[in-house]
Ligand binder design. Sequence first.
Ligand SMILES: NC(=O)c1ccc[n+]([C@@H]2O[C@H](COP(=O)([O-])OP(=O)(O)OC[C@H]3O[C@@H](n4cnc5c(N)ncnc54)[C@H](OP(=O)(O)O)[C@@H]3O)[C@@H](O)[C@H]2O)c1
Length: 300
Amino acid sequence: MMLMVGGTGVLGRQVTRELLSRGERVRVFTRTPAKVKDLKQLGAAVVVGDLIDAASIERACQGASHVFAAAHSLIGDGRYRSAAVDDAGHRRLVDAAKAAGVRHFVYTSVLGAAPGHPVDFWRTKYHVEEYLKASGLTYTILRPSAFMEWHAHVFNGQPLLEKGNAMLLGRGTKLRNFVAVRDVAEFAVLALTGPALKNRTLEIGGPGNFSNRQVSELYARLAGLTPTIRQVPPGVLNVIGRLLKPFKPGISRLLFLSSLPDDAFDEQFDAAALLAEFPRELTTLEAFVRERLAERALRR
Ligand SMILES: NC(=O)c1ccc[n+]([C@@H]2O[C@H](COP(=O)([O-])OP(=O)(O)OC[C@H]3O[C@@H](n4cnc5c(N)ncnc54)[C@H](OP(=O)(O)O)[C@@H]3O)[C@@H](O)[C@H]2O)c1
C-alpha cells in the first residue's frame, strides 16, 4: 500500500492516478476528504489526516510499504505556517514511516534546495532531505523546478487570458526553469515502483529556461493577444512583504522571494544529464501553453 501525502495536490493527484492505473494499492492522506471523490472512484483509499497532527500521521503510515510526500504549505499561516507543515510535519512523517516499517520514502523537495538559500522554504526542504537521508529509510529525493501548471499558467498565463493583461511580481526578467507536472510524475512513479531511483537525489526540469515576461509573451503570441504587461517593482514588493510578515507570513514569503535580484538564487536547469540517463521527451513550454489554449477553446 502506497501512502500519498499531498495526494490531492497537482503533482500528488497525477502520481496517484498513474499508480491506480497500474493496479497499485494507494491510500491518499488529506485534510479534506471531499477533494478525493474522483480518486476514490478510481480505487484509492482515503485517510483523513493532517501533517500538524502526529497521531493522524502515525495512523496513516500503518501498513504502508511506500510513502510519497508531495505536500507543502509555502504560503500557509498560523497553525499551517511553513515551519509547522514543511519542516516539523515532514520530520514527523519520516519518523512515523520509519516506525511503521515503510520500505521506501519518496520526498518531493525543490530545485536549488540548499542550507544557505536566501528563502527559508528552500532551506527547510534541504534540512528535511538531510533528515530523511539520516533516517536509515530507503529514500528518493526529487528536486523539480517550477511547475508549469502553477508558475506559467495559474500565476501568469491564465490571468492574462482572462483579463487581457499581465501583472508580474518583480522585474519578470529572471530566467527560470519550468517543468510540466506529468514529467515530474513519471519520475515519482519510477521511484515508487522500482529500484532505479533508490537512495538517489534527482534534479528534474523542463527543456527550457524562460523569464516570466517571456512566458506572458508566449501566451499572448499563441492566443493572438496584445496585452499590457505591467510589473510590481521589487522595492514595492519588499515593503509590502515586510508589512505583511507578522500577519501573513506565507504571502510575505512570496513577495520577498519575488523581490530578490535576478542573481540572488539560480532557478535555471539544463536537462542534458537527466535526458542522457533517462531518455524521454520532456514537455516544452510551448506545447503546454497550446494545450491550455485548446482546453480553453473547448470550454467556450
Ligand atoms: N508547485 C511548484 O511549482 C513546485 C516546484 C517544486 C517543488 N514543488 C513541491 O512539489 C510538491 C507538490 O506541490 P504541488 O504544487 O503539487 O502542491 P499543491 O497542488 O499546492 O497541493 C498541496 C498539497 O499539500 C497538502 N497539504 C498542505 N498542507 C497540509 C497539511 N497540513 N497536512 C496534510 N496535507 C497538507 C494538500 O492536501 P489537502 O489540502 O488535501 O490536505 C495538497 O494535497 C510539494 O512538496 C512542493 O513543495 C512544487
